[in-house]
Design a protein around this ligand. Sequence first.
Ligand code: HEC
Ligand code: HEC
Ligand code: HEC
Ligand code: HEC
Length: 200
Amino acid sequence: MNEPTFHHRQNKNGLLVDRIRRDGLEKTIRLLSGLISLVLIIGVSVSPRVSGQPQVRDDLSADIQIPPPPFTDGIFPCMDCHADMETNPERRALEDFHDDIVLKHDEENRWCMDCHDAENRDMLHSASGKPISFTESYKLCGQCHGPKLRDWKAGIHGRRTGSWNGQKEYLLCAHCHNPHSPEFKKIKPEAPPLKPGEIR
Ligand code: HEC
Ligand code: HEC
Ligand code: HEC
Ligand code: HEC
């Protein structure tokens, strides 16, 4: 039988066939399997999708959908009215407008401008003064309710729907909690069900 002939330039390591000829099959297989596991290790550590652990992400980004903030119709943009108004930072009962808002949320220590921006009423702001949009109000809540924010991101608190690996939908904290009076309203218990004998 004729040996097949290969026409190619030689370089240091040569083609696989040359290597097999030179170093023997066993050594080459060891080299190749080493390379393959390296590729796998890199692949797994780069892609969060295949690492098996649910990822708690710091940034809720492209594949996260959040419905718009649950504003009262017509109240936003706030600057429709507030652009022409002086800010009144004084703690008081509001009478001319927003008289439905009564603060019942750590109210001894808090007032409107702790969360709302005095200059741009269309924004919230962090304790350090960094603007936060209403579509990201969970960042505001998370400053004081860190563990809840963490649970929320992980889909344990609140409600997350969508696919495990793909697009997800979250509800804002404000979809369930009124930021001004966040205590979840107690539900009045229903009367107990009738016993079978009482049903006629
Ligand atoms: C703990 C932070 C916080 C405080 C304190 C606070 N707010 Fe808010 N407020 C919010 C957040 C967050 C929203 C957005 C709710 C939403 O997404 O619909 C909001 C919404 C509003 C809205 C829109 C309500 C609507 O009907 O849609 C008004 C008006 C408002 N705040 C006024 C006030 C006034 C006035 C005060 C002070 C008496 C105040 N807020 C205190 C966080 C706060
Ligand atoms: C239709 C006009 C109007 C809109 C829209 C409006 N406000 Fe006001 N807001 C008022 C008036 C009027 C007052 C003063 C009420 C008072 O002093 O009794 C006020 C007062 C406030 C105050 C108390 C501090 C201050 O400057 O007097 C806050 C905080 C506030 N508004 C937040 C908001 C936010 C947040 C929005 C949008 C989500 C909003 N407002 C939308 C009319 C409006
Ligand atoms: C500056 C700190 C601070 C921020 C910001 C803040 N909270 Fe709170 N929150 C508190 C404190 C303190 C309490 C406990 C005292 C109270 O209930 O009044 C509390 C209580 C609560 C409670 C429990 C109420 C109850 O009695 O069961 C809920 C729910 C809540 N906050 C939701 C929110 C949401 C939603 C946001 C964002 C819109 C938010 N908080 C932003 C400080 C904060
Ligand atoms: C789908 C609705 C929903 C969403 C979204 C949601 N919560 Fe809640 N949360 C609840 C309910 C219901 C309770 C009441 C549980 C109870 O009373 O046992 C609660 C309770 C709380 C409490 C007080 C309970 C305790 O453990 O002391 C805090 C604080 C709170 N939520 C903060 C948040 C924050 C911050 C966010 C956003 C990052 C958020 N929640 C998002 C439904 C929700």
